[in-house]
Design a protein around this ligand. Structure first.
Ligand code: 5AD
Ligand code: SF4
Length: 455
C-alpha cells in the first residue's frame, strides 16, 4: 500500500523526471546485499539512481558497526550532509543497517545530526515504503528499529551492483556471541530462509547470466536450524550444485566450530563449489580463543585444514584475525603467527581489536597499549606477505579458471578471481569483464598471480 502511495506522491512532486536515490553501503557483503535490496524497493517506488550525493533527492547510508573506525567514518560522512541539506532542504537523508540497531547511536543522531530524516534498523528494511511516505509527508524524525522477524526478500526486485556476480542471503543473524562481537546484538538470532526460496532466487540469477553466486550468512554452517525442512548447509550446497548452468558457488562465512568433514566432503563433491574456504580463526592461542568464546581450539582448527588437504593438497583457505584482543600476551600473539605458518592461508583479513559497547569483552580491563597492538599488526602483515609469496609461487605452471572483474592497476592488464579466490592478472581489456578465462600461471606478485590466457 505504501509503495503505491510513495509512487503517487513522487510522480506529483517530480513530474519531469524520476527523483534520484544514492544508497551507500559499508561493511560486509551482507550489507552490500541489503543495499541492493533497498535499491530494489526504491526502484519500484519510482526512484532512479546516482552515486553522487550532491545530485540525489534521497541519500541512504547503510552502515556497519563491527569496528569503531567504521562508525567514525560514517559519522564523518553524515556530518558533511549538513551542507547538502542546507543547499537542498527537500533532500531526504536516512541511516540504516547495523550501526543504528544500537540505541546510543540513534540517540546521538537524534541529538546531533539534525540533517537526518529517518533511521531504520536491520530488521525493518521492509518498512522502508511506510517510513519514506511519512518522511516525505510529515517531515519529522522517524525511527524504526523494532525486531521484525521476516526472512523473505523485502521486494521481488533487487537492483544488483554487478551483472555477473550476486550475493544470495541464506540465513540471517547469529547465535554465537563471540565476546568481542556486536553482530548478535544488531542482527539478532539465527533465522534461515526456506530452501525453495533460495533455489528459486538462484535459478533466476543463473537464467539472467550470473556466473558466480555467493551464499551469505553470518554463520552459514548453521543453515537449516529451526526450519521446517530436513536440511542442513551441506545438503543445501548439493541442491544448489544441481542447478543447471555455467556458474560457480562460494559462501561466506563459516564458523570453525561447525565446519566439519561433512562440509569439506560436500565442497569437494560439488563441482560448481569453489575449493576454497573462508574460515575465520581469529587467534592461534587457545587461551584467547576461549576468552573470545569461539568454541574450538587451535588444534581442532588445524584438523579441519589437515582433513581438507589430505583430500586435496592445495585446498585453499583464507581467514580473519583479530590482533590485540584484551590482555593478549606477546606469546599468545606468536601462537597466531605459528598458526599462519602452519596453514599457509592465501589471504588473511586482519583487524586490531576494537572495543564494542555492550559486548562481554568490552568489560575486560585491557593491559595492552595501542602502539604494542599496532606493532603486532605490522609483524603479522609482514609474515602473511611472505607466506602469500611462497604459496603463490607454488601455483606457477598451473592452469586456473578465472572470472575477470576489470582493469588492473597495471596498464593493459585485467584482474579476476580464481576458484581459490586468488587475484589473477592477465593481458586484456575491460571487454573481458564477467567472462571466464582459462589461464596458465606464469608468475606472482605479492598481491596476485600473473597468468597467460590459454583458451
Ligand atoms: N574488533 C576487531 N575486529 C572485529 N571483528 C569482529 N568484531 C571485531 C572487533 N570488535 C572482525 C572479525 C570478524 C570480521 C568480520 O571482523 O575478525 O571475523
Ligand atoms: Fe556486516 Fe557485521 Fe558490519 Fe553488520 S556489523 S555490516 S553484519 S560486518
Amino acid at each position: 500500500m505504501y509503495i503505491e502511495k510513495v509512487n503517487t506522491f513522487l510522480a506529483q512532486k517530480y513530474p519531469e523526471e524520476p527523483p534520484k536515490a544514492c544508497v551507500r553501503s559499508f561493511g560486509c557483503q551482507q550489507n552490500s546485499n541489503d543495499g541492493e535490496k533497498i535499491k530494489g524497493l526504491l526502484s519500484v517506488m519510482g526512484y532512479s539512481f546516482t552515486d553522487d550525493t550532491d545530485n540525489a533527492d534521497i541519500v541512504i547510508f547503510n552502515t556497519c558497526a563491527v569496528r569503531e573506525n567504521a562508525e567514525l567514518k560514517i559519522f564523518g560522512i553524515v556530518g558533511e550532509m549538513k551542507h547538502l541539506k542546507k543547499r537542498k532542504p527537500d533532500v531526504l537523508i536516512g541511516i540504516c543497517g547495523c550501526m543504528v540497531q544500537q540505541e546510543h547511536i540513534v540517540e546521538k543522531i537524534r541529538r546531533t545530526y539534525k540533517q537526518v530524516d529517518f533511521v531504520f534498523g536491520t530488521f525493518a528494511m521492509h518498512k522502508l515504503p511506510e517510513i519514506l511516505y511519512k518522511a516525505l509527508t510529515e517531515r519529522t524524525f522517524i525511527v524504526d528499529t523494532a525486531e521484525y522477524g521476516i526472512t523473505e526478500n523485502i521486494c521481488e526486485k533487487i537492483v544488483r551492483d554487478c551483472t555477473y556476480k550476486a550475493g544470495v542471503q541464506i540465513m540471517y543473524g547469529c547465535n554465537n556471541f563471540c565476546t568481542y562481537c556486536i553482530v548478535p546484538y544488531v542482527r539478532g538470532r539465527e533465522r534461515s530462509r526456506k530452501s525453495d526460496e533460495i533455489i528459486a532466487e538462484i535459478k533466476g540469477l543463473v537464467a539472467d547470466g550470473v556466473k558466480e553466486i555467493m551464499l551469505l550468512g553470518q554463520n552459514v554452517n548453521s543453515y537449516g536450524r529451526g526450519l521446517d525442512e530436513d536440511i542442513d548447509f551441506s545438503r543445501l550446497l548439493r541442491k544448489i550444485n544441481g542447478i543447471d548452468g555455467d556458474f560457480r558457488i562460494r559462501f561466506m562465512s563459516s564458523h570453525p566450530k561447525d565446519a566439519g568433514r561433512e562440509l569439506i566432503d560436500a565442497i569437494l563433491e560439488c563441482e560448481k563449489v569453489c575449493k576454497h574456504l573462508h574460515l575465520p580463526v581469529q587467534s592461534g592461542s587457545d587461551r584467547v580463543l576461549s576468552a573470545m568464546n569461539r568454541g574450538y581450539t587451535s588444534a581442532q582448527y588445524r584438523e579441519i585444514v589437515d582433513y581438507a588437504r589430505s583430500k586435496k593438497t592445495d585446498f585453499s583457505f583464507s581467514t580473519d584475525i583479530i590482533v590485540g584482543f584484551p590482555n593478549e600476551t606477546r606469546e599468545e600473539f606468536e601462537e597466531t603467527l605459528e598458526l599462519l605458518e602452519y596453514v599457509k592461508f592465501d589471504s588473511v583479513f586482519s583487524f586490531i581489536y576494537s572495543k564494542r559497547n555492550g559486548t562481554k569483552a568490552a568489560l575486560i580491563e585491557d593491559g595492552v597499549d595501542y602502539p604494542e597492538k599496532a606493532e603486532r599488526m605490522n609483524i603479522l602483515l609482514k609474515k602473511q606477505r611472505e607466506i602469500a609469496v611462497e604459496r603463490y609461487s607454488s601455483f606457477i605452471g598451473r592452469e586456473m579458471l578465472v572470472l575477470i572483474d576489470g582493469p588492473s592497476a597495471t596498464e593493459g592488464k585485467v584482474t579476476g578471481k580464481s576458484d581459490e579466490f586468488i587475484i589473477v592478472e592477465v593481458d586484456g581489456d575491460s571487454s573481458l569483464a564477467g567472462e571466464y578465462v582459462k589461464v596458465r600461471i606464469i608468475g606472482a606478485h605479492n598481491w596476485a598471480l600473473i597468468g597467460n590466457i590459454i583458451n
